[in-house]
Write a protein that binds this ligand. Sequence first.
Ligand code: FAD
Length: 511
Amino acid sequence: YEEIRLILGDQLNANHSWFREKNERCLYVIAEVKSETDYVKHHIQKVCAFFHAMETFAEALNHGGHHCLHLSLDETSDFEGFGDLIKHLVNKYQSKHFSYQLPDEIRLREQLAAIELRDISINRYSSEHFLLEEHELPDYFNPDKHNRMESFYRKMRKRFDVLMDEGGPEGGHWNFDKNNRNKLKQDELEDIPIPLLFANDVSQILKRLERHEIKTIGRAENYLIWPTSRQQALQLLDFFCEQCLSRFGYYQDAMTCQSEHKWSLYHSRLSFALNAKLLSPKQVINKAIEAYRSNDTIDIAQVEGFVRQILGWREFVRGIYWIHPDYRDYNYLNADRQLPHYFWTGDTKMRCMSEAISQSLDYAYAHHIQRLMITGNFCLLTEVDPEQVDEWYLGIYVDAIEWVEMPNTRGMSQFADGGIIATKPYAASANYVHKMSDYCSNCYYSQKEKTSPKACPLNSLYWRFLERNKETFRDNQRMGMIYNVWNKKSDDEKEAILNKAAGVLRVIDSL
Ligand code: FAD
């Protein structure tokens, strides 16, 4: 083969221009490598999902008349990493060219950039996935300025002509967020759709992981529920548009512990398919808008809420990741506590935490508000080292890839970037959890109390967080009101709350 073309596990884009023509002299390579399984301890379903999707993609390429070599862990175990493997393949096939699509993660970009091949040309291509080309990012993001998601999103709506009406936003508003903060009522629980799940046989992959002693977290069965082919991803997209989109926005932030389908609710669960590039963001947005146009039960607030996540947030965090290459070092609030053990077991009396963590261990999935306002908020209030928080998030979720995980975790949820992403920290007491869920009414702790033995730990921790960071946040306009509430409390009450918080932190491992 004259040319070796490497396809990474998150580059399974069948519409890439590479595949427009069949080329007898070109060998595609898709490889399971150990270094990708252990740069962080991944959820076992995440590894299975990527490996199964890679294998399926390789089969599809061969079926379509391309030449694709799929290498399993068994076949790559003698190689150190991609560099070693590529050198071997280029030698074996006497190739003259090595090509790859630019990885979305700094780690892999560095690894591939370091590959040196004598007398071989190395060609780099775009992955042709995102709406914005990488070279356009500096036009949208300024590393020295605050880049706001809302203004970025409006630019994207205009540029790509999405939900626009004669130059303005369709429906008269750019943002329908205020319609999107509803709790699920008791009589609405039985309407939650039964999620569409797949049954991909990953038994051989599980055996391989065991054979190669790959350390993982969470649970897996022989049949994987996540979509691993473009066809399955499209089915899930159809299912979402038909069954979930009409209520997506309303219940986007809702949480419940009282339904069998409490983990999936009205969410699309498309993040793995999107991040592995089985689907393109444009395709998902178009499909949702098409559903909105042809279905009266879907209103603008629902579809706008969904489009904003993909056209707005997803492209935004990718821009932030590339424009701030030292993001991984940020620890603005100097947090340094250890992550408590129950992040690996779900074994805590705090109902919200045990729900969010257990479901993450069961499904490698939690929805946005669980990630941000339950586990994320807990880590923020208890000052867990962002390094450890990042590691947990990067490992546990099926969709976790650093370019999207890190700005969300370190930035949005931990405020470790000092406000590059969020205008204020997403800190909350039990009040918020109670407003958006039924967790508190099913909890050991009391949501209303602050200092009693059974008081919800979040309450005292919340005020402690504000007190400790008052120099940082007091002048933040969005925090003024809450500081007024704190300042009006008597010295005795403040002291009691802060003492309680100190006590909570002393026993953080047994909450
Ligand atoms: P839906 O609720 O159905 O949303 C639709 C799509 O919008 C998602 O599939 C996703 O592609 C996109 N989206 C929504 N919110 C965001 C966001 N904040 N940033 C980027 N894209 C978004 N998302 C990841 O894909 N990978 C991660 O590793 C990841 N880590 C996160 C860590 C934290 C602490 C937080 C707060 C959020 C994180 N997110 C991450 C964003 C978001 O929580 C997930 O994309 C979403 O929960 C995936 O589920 P879904 O497909 O059902 O999403």
